[in-house]
Design a protein around this ligand. Structure first.
Ligand code: SF4
Length: 291
């Protein structure tokens, strides 16, 4: 039985990423007497929903992440210092070994002036400039959320600020952890993997397979209705919501088993269609969300 469970990637990831992987990473840091790795978390053009989602982490929680796993050197939302002193922390970290985490797309119109993240010595620092500076030097770049991964809502039509995904802007390899927002386990699990083993195995869209290996449809509790051609007629019906516009068949995440908000529920479990928020071309290519 144990072998069957461990051979199923979706169950394996749910059971292991938040427990053994993270515990092993922390044990490794202590055993090898390693410094916790420096992290810059940049919020660029987006809603900052991913850092909010991170604060909702539970296994482990953010306190554990900050105390045992990483040195969060710069974060627009979480750091204590402000203004120029905060930006100086960003600059100092560029000369160290660090992971860059970006949430939000990169605004490129008018040299990035639609997204200012700091003001330094009288000069506005754009998100675009910060991503460029940190992206060139980072050991790993993690895109937290769909905007930094694929452009997302920030790059939705008509995209007046010419927002781009991080890899489209930097033309450099990134690890994409999409979701609107990204699940805290996906972000922390990816960091733990980097600390312990290095870059996780990625799929053709640069997503860690441990979290994005299977479509929602493949693991949906309503799948038997789909297979029998029995479909919900309105929201609230218990059958498959394919004909109401569910995007589970094209969306790859482990939401059905991991669930959200302290692992309590998830959209389909709450009678809402999957809107494909973790997928490329969200939101334009996923509309209408409900038919
Ligand atoms: S509700 Fe959506 S994900 Fe679930 S079986 Fe139906 S189409 Fe697939």
């Amino acid at each position: 039985m144990e072998k069957i469970i461990n051979d199923c990637p979706i169950i394996y990831s749910k059971n292991n990423t938040n427990t053994s992987l993270i515990e092993s990473a922390v044990a490794y840091i202590k055993l090898a007497q390693k410094e916790r790795i420096n992290v810059i978390w940049l919020e660029t053009s987006g809603c900052s929903g991913n850092i909010i989602s991170l604060l909702n982490a539970e296994a482990p929680d953010v306190y554990y992440l900050l105390k045992e796993m990483i040195n969060l050197k710069f974060s627009n939302s979480l750091m204590v210092v402000e203004g120029e002193k905060a930006y100086e922390k960003f600059l100092e970290t560029l000369d160290t070994k660090f992971i860059l985490i970006v949430e939000g797309a990169v605004s490129t119109k008018d040299n990035g002036l639609y997204n200012i993240i700091a003001k330094y010595k009288g000069r506005p620092i754009t998100g675009m400039e910060a991503v460029q500076m940190a992206g060139e030097k980072a050991e790993y770049i993690i895109c937290a959320g769909t905007c930094s991964s694929f452009g997302g809502i920030s790059a939705a039509s008509p995209n007046p600020a010419k927002n781009k995904s991080v890899d489209e802007f930097l033309n450099k390899e990134v690890i994409k952890v999409p979701g609107c927002p990204s699940h805290p386990d996906w972000v922390i699990g990816t960091i733990a993997h980097i600390i312990l083993i290095g870059k996780p195995e990625l799929d053709s869209k640069s997503r860690p397979i441990i979290f994005y290996g299977i479509t929602i449809h493949d693991n949906c509790p309503r799948r038997s209705y789909f297979d029998k051609g029995i479909f919900a007629k309105q929201l609230g019906d218990k059958e498959c919501m394919f004909k109401l516009g569910c995007r589970g068949p094209v969306t790859k995440t482990d939401c059905p088993t991991r669930k959200w908000n302290s692992y309590v529920n998830w959209p389909i479990g709450n009678n809402a269609t999957c809107i494909g928020c973790a997928q490329e071309r969200f939101p334009d290519g996923m509309e209408p969300f409900i038919r």
